[in-house]
Design a protein around this ligand. Structure first.
Ligand code: ADP
Length: 179
């Protein structure tokens, strides 16, 4: 991909190395952020893309997820936040992205990730690079964080402070309403 300096103003000898980190990010965890930070250390331009899934209502709506991600990634100059609906390969093509970054936690992630990567490659030649999770976060998922927080468990150190506060607000309201 050859082009002049883009909005982020970063090029490598005229070639912008751009990748996408797609996901639901409902909500973003420190495991996600570790993957994004590591991608930002390798690629010139990193697009964190929030999947809009009309069939699945999350705990946080799209605007909140984007706002949280913007705040959590504000220290990374070459990272920007976007959202997409439909096929990732279409989003990638429209944004001139040739590499997808996915985090791999355990063998349980592997089967699904492998078939998705192979399908994306077959569809448009989109490549997938896997980042091995930081062992500190290998058990961490958005759904587990939500479950623990819903019962009042401590999720500090697992999610950004802003997420922790939003989760507390969300679930405290729920618990006091059900009393
Ligand atoms: P999806 O619904 O697409 O799996 P997620 O928001 O759950 O969306 O995850 C987005 C990406 O982040 C995936 O590649 C996933 O494997 C990765 N990921 C999630 N949690 C972690 C973690 N704790 N460590 C490393 N990667 C992770």
């Amino acid at each position: 991909m050859r082009e002049p300096a883009d909005s982020a103003g970063v090029t490598t000898g005229g070639i912008v190395r751009r990748c996408v980190c797609p996901g639901s990010f409902d909500p973003v965890t420190n495991g996600h952020l570790d993957v994004v930070e590591r991608a930002a250390g390798v690629f010139d331009d990193v697009v964190v893309a929030v999947l809009v899934n009309v069939a699945k209502k999350g705990l946080f709506d799209l605007d909140e997820r984007i706002e949280i991600l913007r705040d959590a990634c504000s220290h990374l100059r070459n990272v920007r936040i976007a959202s997409f609906e439909g096929l990732l390969v279409d989003f990638a093509r429209q944004n001139e992205i040739s590499v997808v970054i996915r985090g791999l936690r355990a063998m349980t992630d592997f089967e699904h990730e492998l078939s998705m990567a192979q399908m994306n490659h077959r569809l448009t030649g989109l490549e997938t690079f896997f980042v091995a999770t930081n062992p500190e976060y290998s058990y961490l998922s958005s759904s587990l964080v939500k479950e623990v927080a819903s019962y009042g468990g401590d999720v500090s150190g697992l999610v950004p402070k802003q997420v922790q506060e939003r989760l507390r607000g969300r679930f405290e309201d729920g618990r006091s309403n059900s009393r």
